[in-house]
Design a protein around this ligand. Structure first.
Ligand code: HEM
Length: 324
């Protein structure tokens, strides 16, 4: 691996441009908190062209700030509360279908479809029947657009989850009950630690500056690596092991920030963070309380391109879980 050979900051090439790749909490801190001062977001030109300059991720300065504030309102606690029944309904419908699907379900494409439906209903205000009619074409058109660009892969944790925390009512979820699902929250955190879906972020140096003894010239691209930063984080001993319990402990007061950054940080922090967490929790609750499942190929090989996904599409057999 390049990082082991060259260290936490090294020069590489991205789409033919000189680029510096940065890893490690302390270095990342400078990049994420240096937005507008040292660096500025700059996605590769293909992304900028396809998404356009009017999307939040391509906006800058005060325009970015104002728009971000407005979008964040759509993900406030009150707003999220209203989305929960819609998310739960979509997830339940999908899981019911998976339980009768033979011989198996390809979970990765199915999850993309499910996430797409939820996004259509919540973010675009579609009615369920409107999506059923055109779903296939819409999904295909959308996939065409985001091919190799941006998607939301979500891992299904392997096993060993607690099925129901302290006899809670998991049929009628709300923000409060979701917040009480502490262990489920830790499972999600651990999943996003081991396989952060967005492996890193793109910046450009606004001026020549020094980072930990290395000079980064003005105009060079900077990539900050989320997956490598998680990999070298000292706060996670036994890093290869899937141990949700590690998040049950209170973090040490002096443990440096930016060791765990699945949603980025600073002024470019993900706007969909709370929405994604709510959605993933609801999904986990539904799958764990209703299904047994077997990954037909065993634990998947994950690949990055550009987001993280299971190479085999995750063929899985679901059967109904009956409480004993
Ligand atoms: C598990 C799910 C998700 C992960 C891991 C994730 C990760 C990230 C990361 C790492 C960034 C920062 C990129 C950077 O520093 O340049 C980001 C930004 C962003 N995310 Fe997410 N995201 C997720 C879900 C979502 C969802 C559901 C939405 C929308 C509904 C969303 C919308 C955005 C937007 C608009 C930005 C750009 C923010 C800005 O430039 O100010 N994300 N996301």
């Amino acid at each position: 691996m390049k990082r082991e050979k060259y260290g936490y900051i090294y020069r590489t090439h991205l789409f033919g441009n000189p680029t510096v790749r940065v890893t490690g909490a302390e270095n990342i801190r400078h990049i994420l908190l240096g937005e507008y001062r040292l660096v500025s977001v700059q996605w590769p030109s293909s992304v900028r062209t396809i998404l356009g300059s009017d999307t939040l991720s391509n906006m800058h300065g005060s325009q970015h700030k104002t728009k971000k504030k407005a979008i964040m309102r759509a993900f406030s606690k009150e707003a999220l509360e209203l989305y929960i029944p819609v998310i739960q309904q979509e997830v339940q419908t999908a899981v019911k279908r998976w339980l009768v699907q033979d011989p198996c379900v390809l979970v990765y494409p199915e999850m993309k479809r499910l996430m797409f439906r939820i996004a259509m209903r919540i973010l675009l205000g579609f009615q369920p029947e409107q999506i059923w009619t055109d779903e296939q074409q819409l999904v295909e058109a959308f996939e065409e657009m985001i091919k190799n660009l941006f998607s939301l892969p979500i891992d299904v944790p392997f096993s060993g989850l607690y099925r129901g925390e302290n006899g809670m009512d998991l049929e009628n979820l709300n923000i409060e009950s979701l917040e009480q699902l502490k262990y489920t929250g830790c499972v999600l955190k651990e999943t996003l630690r081991i396989n952060p879906p967005v492996p890193g972020g793109f910046r450009v140096a606004l001026k020549t500056f020094e980072l930990n003894g290395y000079q980064i010239p003005k105009g060079w691209n900077v990539i900050y690596s989320i997956c490598d930063t998680h990999d070298v984080a000292e706060v996670f001993p036994n890093k290869e092991a899937f141990q949700p319990e590690r998040f049950m402990k209170k973090p040490l007061a002096d443990s440096p920030r930016f060791q765990y950054i699945p949603f980025g940080g600073g002024s470019r922090m993900c706007v969909g963070k709370e929405f994604a967490k709510v959605l993933l929790k609801i999904f986990l609750v539904e799958v764990v309380t209703k299904c047994h499942w077997t990954l037909l190929n065993g634990p998947p090989t994950m690949k990055t391109g550009p987001t993280v996904y299971p190479v085999d599409n995750l063929p899985t057999k679901f059967t109904s879980y009956v409480k004993t």
